[in-house]
Design a protein around this ligand. Structure first.
Ligand code: TXA
Ligand code: MG
Length: 304
């Protein structure tokens, strides 16, 4: 299917991807059409080995250190594209850089067999919640993909962390499933963050409203109203919670990894359970909490 320009939904450890051959323009164009994704928003290329990545992008010592520490895994690196790289320009939205990552498990094996990079954004309609199960993909895009591979629930449940190694340091373009502190421990310095990540679009796809459920969403909630859906953490209880239509605890034991893995599925469940509002308690900003809060803020942002 891939060699014929088809689209497949591919399980990865972060979220399900909508994958096509990154060297084939018509296949990549179908990704944008199927998601309703703006063409200025480039895609991540998934590869199976460092040797394969080196065919397409330039590495420096810092990038190599990050790759060796965290690949395969939930890390995407934005690196200079080689001038002769056979990546279709639709994939990069015409940029001279390429976002690359090596996923774990089945996705990596499939790419190694196919021996070409796969462009794969998250397998959801643009602006909606990212899928962490094959059922999520089927409910959203089932009619428009040839094949959905069911690998069970995504283990991490948040998209990859995106880094851009630059002259002045390593920029964090998107917090994600690899915690910033783990990266800082390897490079021995702080990641560079924008003061207000929503003010400018760093990774072009980091639009302010994203991951949006249908119901209105309130974060850092202190109380719940009649019929609301409540998403809580570590057993915290909101005033008025007894009148909620449903209460979902991201991690009763307060484990942020468990919370990350449950986040998108619980947003889908909460959305189905309420016609009024989803209220989410405040989540600690440490570890994977940074990426969880990033997704919650975008889900609660005013819709365009
Ligand atoms: O975990 C993940 O990263 C998942 C799985 C499927 O691998 N993929 C994913 O892709 O989240 P997507 O398309 O939903 O997000 C890709 C992000 C977008 O914000 C895009 O703007 C950014 O990566 N991006 C892609 N190429 C870039 C580049 N050359 N420079 C800066 N940002 C880039
Ligand atoms: Mg996405």
């Amino acid at each position: 299917m891939l060699s014929q320009g088809g689209l497949i939904a591919l399980p990865t450890e972060t979220v399900y991807g909508l994958a096509a051959d990154a060297t084939c323009g018509t296949a990549v164009a179908r990704i944008f059409e199927t998601k309703g994704r703006p063409r200025f928003n480039p895609l991540i290329c998934h590869m199976s080995s460092l040797e394969m990545v080196e065919r397409y992008v330039e590495f420096n010592a810092l990038a190599l250190r990050l790759a060796e520490a965290f690949w395969p895994g939930a890390l995407t690196l934005v690196l200079p594209l080689k001038s002769d790289a056979a990546i279709n320009p639709l994939t990069t939205a015409g940029l001279d850089t390429l976002a690359v990552r090596i996923p774990t498990g089945f996705a990596r094996t499939l790419i190694a067999d196919y021996d070409r990079p796969l462009a794969a954004p998250s397998a959801n309609t643009s602006g909606k919640i990212s899928p962490t199960t094959a059922e999520h993909v089927s409910a959203d895009l089932g009619d428009s993909v040839e094949l959905i591979l069911d690998g069970g629930p995504a283990v991490i449940g948040l998209e990859s962390t995106i880094l851009k190694p630059a002259a002045g340091g390593v920029e964090l373009l998107r917090p994600g499933g690899l915690a910033a502190a783990d990266i800082e421990a390897v490079i021995g310095k702080r990641l560079l963050r924008r003061a207000d990540p929503t003010a400018t679009i760093d990774a072009p796809g980091m639009l302010r409203s994203h991951y949006a459920p249908v119901a209105k969403m309130t974060i850092n909630a202190e109380q719940a109203g009649h019929g609301d859906a409540v998403i809580t953490f570590a057993g915290k209880s909101l005033a008025g919670q007894q009148n909620a239509s449903t209460v979902l605890d991201l991690s009763p034991s307060g484990d942020l990894r468990e919370a990350a893995a449950n986040l998108f599925a619980f947003m889908v469940q909460a959305d189905a359970a309420t016609a009024t509002q989803i209220r989410v308690v405040s989540i600690p900003q440490t570890g994977l909490g940074e990426a969880i809060n990033d997704r919650l803020e975008r889900a609660a942002a005013p819709r365009s």
